[in-house]
Design a protein around this ligand. Sequence first.
Ligand code: G
Ligand code: G
Ligand code: MN
Ligand code: NA
Length: 255
Amino acid sequence: REITQELREAVNNGFRGFRAFYQPVFAEDKKVSYGAEALMRFTSERFGMVSPAEFIPILEETGLIIPAGRWMMREVMGKCSEIRKVIPEFRVSINISQVQASKSDVIQDISGEMKRAGLPLEALIVELTESDLLEQNINEKHFLTELKRMGISLALDDFGTGYSNFHYLSELKPEIIKIDRSFTAKAVADEQEYYLLNQFCTMTHNLDMKICIEGVENAQEWLKIRKLRPEFTQGYFWGKPCGYEEFMRKFIERK
Ligand code: G
Ligand code: G
Ligand code: MN
Ligand code: NA
């Protein structure tokens, strides 16, 4: 496919067309303030902005996610380091897909890029989806063990999308569980789903894990969601993902 060829060319030409976007993550309790989720973007010369839902799977199938992911780490960690000059406790989360987690040297990539950016370990959160964890192989177990050993936080992403297995929670002990926006949408629209999410938050808190509720889109939803006392929330209500300059203007310099 044409887009595959373009992605390949972009990777071989200094990652032209790739960008990192940032979406704010808001902390209810400023003592556990968080920061932003970094999201990869690609603008094609022929097709314009391509959705991650389209190009991430292509990067994974072709293995291009390895160099592109490394580029993303360098870009994002460098920017995080800049933001921490203004907000010292600022943290950034990066999505790591199964293809990356199963490559044995991804840990070296992460720690190498963190050193290069002068970032302390607590500044980074690695997001892995529960569906990826279901298909865990030896290398990924190694990846998770190493992350833990290094002291890098794990966030379990897309929670509630159908693969949910409570077994992972006690085994992995992620610092943060990210409630998928499809679950959030159901919970704000339906009393039973809201009850379920409420019970889930209570259980998570009892296990000493933090909750990030994604997909909060408006003030009405926020009023319902905040009653669940999540440590973090994320969504269009607070801000859409945007480029670094815009993120700085809207969320950092204004503080
Ligand atoms: O930004 P958007 O919600 O459209 O992203 C869709 C999905 O693409 C995210 O949920 C995430 O799983 C994936 N994604 C975005 N950026 C990255 C990235 O830098 N690396 C990997 N592996 N996946 C990403
Ligand atoms: O799968 P993951 O959670 O990593 O992907 C986050 C994606 O969700 C981002 O690409 C972002 O564009 C999208 N997103 C973030 N907040 C909202 C929201 O409030 N509503 C909707 N519809 N999408 C959102
Ligand atoms: Mn994510
Ligand atoms: Na998610």
